[in-house]
Design a protein around this ligand. Structure first.
Ligand code: BEZ
Length: 233
């Protein structure tokens, strides 16, 4: 898939190249694209260190880390605080998660990366620092190994995200890259998937011997959970 370079100031869209940046993180200074390498990546922002919802989200991600690793996905967090501040907070998250946080968290106190990714809060007047400058919302960017943005979420500070949903959409994205399929409403890995509309019935029979036709344009096939993962080609 060809990714379109984001024009200066243009909104990020699905298909845009994820803007590159250099940043201080809890694992040292990184060049984002170099750090991604040939992996899938989830870049997620959260409003502020030492806040309750953020703590529960990061603890859940730390616990689910093996599930992301299994799918070849790296995680990287961001908030508009310093790396030194993140360091103390991570001790609390480790304690609550019962496992150590293994993914880096970017220190973006000057909001440079938050601005490039349009992560700053425009609606919650309580989500601001002591100077009244907006913190970040709960943004999620899923970026593929070609550095293309493939999926975006934006949640307000008041609403924690769903870790299982992140895994579900990764499985859908990777499964539809690997097989000529799409995933239906409320789909979960292991359930039947939809054969891509550009696959004719002859090809469908070859690729998916157990496919079934509900309507000429709606055809389902079983697909095992394991065959979704890019690590299991
Ligand atoms: C939280 O993580 O709990 C939070 C952060 C900023 C505003 C509201 C809630």
């Amino acid at each position: 898939m060809a990714a379109a370079d984001a024009l200066e100031g243009a909104p990020l869209r699905l298909g845009s190249v994820a803007p590159n940046f250099q940043a201080e993180t809890t694992i040292g200074r990184i060049d984002f694209h170099e750090w991604i390498g040939s992996n899938w990546t989830i870049l997620f922002s959260h409003p502020e260190d030492y806040t309750p919802v953020c703590t529960t989200e990061l603890a859940a991600l730390a616990k689910y880390q093996p599930q992301f690793t299994k799918r070849g996905v790296k995680l990287i967090g961001l908030s508009a605080n310093t790396v030194e501040n993140h360091g103390g907070w991570i001790n609390d998250i480790d304690e609550i998660a019962g496992v150590p946080v293994q993914f880096p968290i970017i220190g973006d106190k000057d909001r440079k990366i938050a601005l490039a990714y349009d992560m700053l809060d425009h609606q919650d007047t309580t989500n601001v620092d002591s100077r009244g400058i907006a913190f970040t919302i709960r943004s999620v960017f899923i970026i593929d190994p070609q550095k293309t943005i493939r999926l975006m979420f934006a949640y307000p500070a008041s609403t924690g995200r769903n870790t299982a949903e992140l895994l579900r959409v990764i499985d859908s994205l990777q499964g539809s890259d690997k097989h000529r399929i799409t995933t239906p409403v409320n789909w979960n890995p292991g359930e039947d998937v939809i054969i891509h509309p550009n696959v004719d019935n002859e090809k469908a029979a070859e690729l998916f011997p157990n496919f079934r036709i509900v309507k000429p344009y709606l055809r389902y096939t079983p697909l095992s959970k394991d065959s979704l993962y890019i690590g299991n080609k």
